[in-house]
Write a protein that binds this ligand. Structure first.
Ligand code: CA
Length: 246
């Protein structure tokens, strides 16, 4: 099956580079081009968001320190345009900042200064993970929709809709993880199982816990028991029944 959307993930994937520092922008563009990626570079968030109206990049490399928009807002607004993986660049170098990048909803996080080949490796890994997560690339049905406790989750678009109709979009890692929980409801899933079926992140073991915590926050409603329970020493369990359908 071939669709227009898949064209962006074939031979030369299109990568958006959003970075206000011209040197870093052109270094990334040149390096990625050398590895058979197409690139489109933007000096601020607004022009990148405008371009996302008409283009569907395979991944977005996003500097967290842009002149025109707060990093978290930029991630959320890019996320709302579709299920595109986001690799965040930051000038800050604390180890905990990588966790923070994931807590912001980025798919991966790199601290400056970086070796551009490291970015190539990370982008490739993101594309592999998003191809695995995409229903058109795996064996899942493209029209699969999960309904549970009034919620609705569409793995293909990473779209999560609350019982009140409020929508949010999950990162690739979060969407894969929630998909794994929704496909095995009322079972205790170990961290090993979730690493295997919920989007292995070979660079960061704590990623599972960070993503569970983000998914939980999104699924939390006042006066309702939590839908994802921590089973101490064992893993996590989705407590509600799930109906899968088109
Ligand atoms: Ca910057």
């Amino acid at each position: 099956m071939t669709t227009a959307a898949q064209d962006t993930t074939t031979a030369e994937p299109l990568i958006f580079i959003v970075e206000d520092e011209a040197d870093i922008r052109s270094l990334l563009a040149e390096t990625l081009s050398g590895y058979r990626f197409r690139t489109a570079a933007f000096a601020n968030a607004d022009t990148a968001l405008a371009a996302l109206d008409t283009a569907s990049p395979a991944a977005v490399i996003l500097d967290l320190g842009l002149p025109d928009m707060d990093g978290l807002e930029a991630i959320n607004r890019i996320r709302a345009t579709g299920p595109v993986p986001i690799l965040v660049l930051s000038a800050r170098s604390h180890a905990s900042d990588r966790i923070m990048g994931l807590e912001f909803g980025a798919d991966d996080y790199v601290v400056k200064p970086f070796d551009p080949r490291e970015i190539v490796a990370r982008v490739r890994s993101l594309l592999r993970r998003s191809a695995t997560a995409s229903p058109t690339a795996g064996d899942a049905e493209p029209l699969d929709i999960a309904r549970f406790a009034g919620w609705r989750f569409e793995p293909g678009s990473h779209r999560l809709v609350s019982p009140e109709g409020e929508e949010t979009f999950l990162s690739t890692g979060e969407a894969t993880l929630l998909g794994a929980l929704l496909r095995a409801p009322k079972r205790v899933l170990s961290r090993d199982y979730l690493l295997e079926h919920g989007g292995r992140d070979d660079t960061l073991d704590r990623a599972i816990d960070v993503r569970i915590s983000r998914i939980r926050k999104k699924l939390t409603r006042p006066d309702e028991p939590p839908l994802i329970r921590t089973i101490y020493g064992s893993g996590y369990m989705l407590t509600t029944q799930v109906d899968w359908g088109g």
